[in-house]
Design a protein around this ligand. Structure first.
Ligand code: NAD
Length: 361
């Protein structure tokens, strides 16, 4: 029996509802695959502010650092919006990412045939799309120095940000891209702006060098402006996209909107150490529907599936969860956010129970 310690941080709003369903699914899958997931639940975000006066306590950080992986719901809500930025719920996420050394963000965007009409794009363009954006999370324009705004002698102002990457930073994110591609369809597209930005010229050079260790993965390169266009024109051409922080921020949002259903999209943030990883839905705490029992738990359930694949090497178990979700959708069950005419409306717990039933059946 394999045993994995999971730090479970449900957070705020719909967090506890959706994480509860994901945990049930993990437990069921564990039974099937002789694995035990030992969950240590703790407060984070607004819930932690209410209890301890700060969004992330040292004790919770210690739980996260000691775990094999972290499952997070979502944080934030109107109750804490007036607080100083330094103690807002969202600070907990930044602190967790930093302390865990999470430098790669993985965001899959997959179109389910059953939900093809939820997209704003034509069905023939998005049918079968199943791509994943690997975004570098700790470098580039968002962190590079010098940065800031200065007042010049003539009274005008000058703003500066610096896009900076070192060879080791590019190597480690490129490796993640290749490794992830290996677990999928073995196609990696590295996105840069090497025709204009020297930093990304280096990016391309290093990615090509790392690629020599992955002869089984087909590597291609694309300029970011073209990629933004290709994602809309022909998203089916992509398997895994790897790119720097700012480009990845924009492209991963664009890619997720292809699906049109925010309640369905999982994500993972990973570091160099296999035991450093955090899995969470891409959506927020949805305060408008919190406590109503109508949230879609699928993004969190699929985040748990990603945990099995990327942290625990349980590919088969992960695929089983994904197939169970597909089957439930095919049976016509829908939470309110993805409801379509003629389908059956399900609450959060009914959706979770239906996935569980498919898994066990
Ligand atoms: P949101 O993602 O919480 O909600 C946007 C819309 O999508 C809402 O109408 C919501 O009801 C709906 N929605 C989101 N997830 C859903 C689900 N699983 N099922 C059904 N409907 C769902 O974004 P927001 O409203 O901009 O932010 C709300 C709060 O969440 C804010 O405090 C924000 O800072 C925080 N937030 C947290 C995270 C995170 O924890 N990673 C991410 C984004 C926003």
């Amino acid at each position: 029996m394999k045993r994995f310690n999971v730090a479970v941080l449900p957070g705020d709003g719909i967090g506890p509802e959706i994480v509860g369903e994901a945990l049930k699914v993990m437990k069921a899958v564990g039974k099937k695959f002789s694995a035990e997931f030992v969950a240590t639940e703790a407060l984070v975000g607004g819930a932690s502010i209410d209890a301890y006066g700060k969004p992330l306590t040292d004790e919770v950080l210690k739980i996260a650092l000691g775990a094999d992986a972290v499952l997070l719901g979502a944080v934030g809500g109107p109750k804490w919006e007036g607080l100083d930025y330094s103690i807002r719920p969202e600070r907990a996420l930044l602190a967790l990412r930093k302390e865990l050394g999470l430098f790669a963000n993985l965001r899959p965007a997959r179109i389910y045939d059953e939900l093809i009409d939820a997209s704003t794009l034509k069905p023939e363009v998005i049918k079968g799309v199943d791509l994943l954006v690997v975004r570098e999370l700790t470098g580039g324009l968002y962190f590079g120095t010098p940065k800031g705004v200065e007042t010049l002698p003539d009274g005008t102002e000058r703003g500066v940000n610096t896009m900076v990457y070192t060879t080791p930073e590019i190597e480690r994110i490129a490796k993640v891209g290749f490794e992830v591609a290996r677990k999928r369809r073995k196609k990696l597209c590295s996105v840069d702006k090497a025709n204009v930005l020297e930093t990304t010229e280096l990016w391309r050079k290093v990615v090509i060098k790392v690629g020599k260790d992955y002869p089984d993965v087909e590597l291609s390169h694309m300029y970011v402006d073209n990629c933004a266009m290709q994602l809309i024109r022909n998203p089916g051409q992509f398997d895994v996209i790897v790119t720097e922080n700012t480009f990845g921020d924009i492209l991963s949002d664009e890619a997720s909107m292809l699906t049109g259903s925010i309640g369905m999209l999982p994500s993972a943030s990973i570091g160099s150490d296999k035991r450093r990883a955090m899995y969470e839905p891409i959506h927020g705490s949805a305060p408008d529907i919190a406590g109503k029992g109508i949230a879609n738990p699928i993004a969190t359930i699929l985040s748990a599936a990603m945990m099995l694949k990327y942290s625990f090497d349980m590919n088969e178990a992960s695929d089983l969860i994904e197939r169970a979700v597909e089957k439930v959708l095919a049976r016509g069950l829908r939470t309110a956010d993805i409801m379509q005419p003629g389908k059956t409306k399900a609450s959060c717990s009914e959706m979770g129970a239906a996935v569980l039933k498919e898994l066990e059946g």
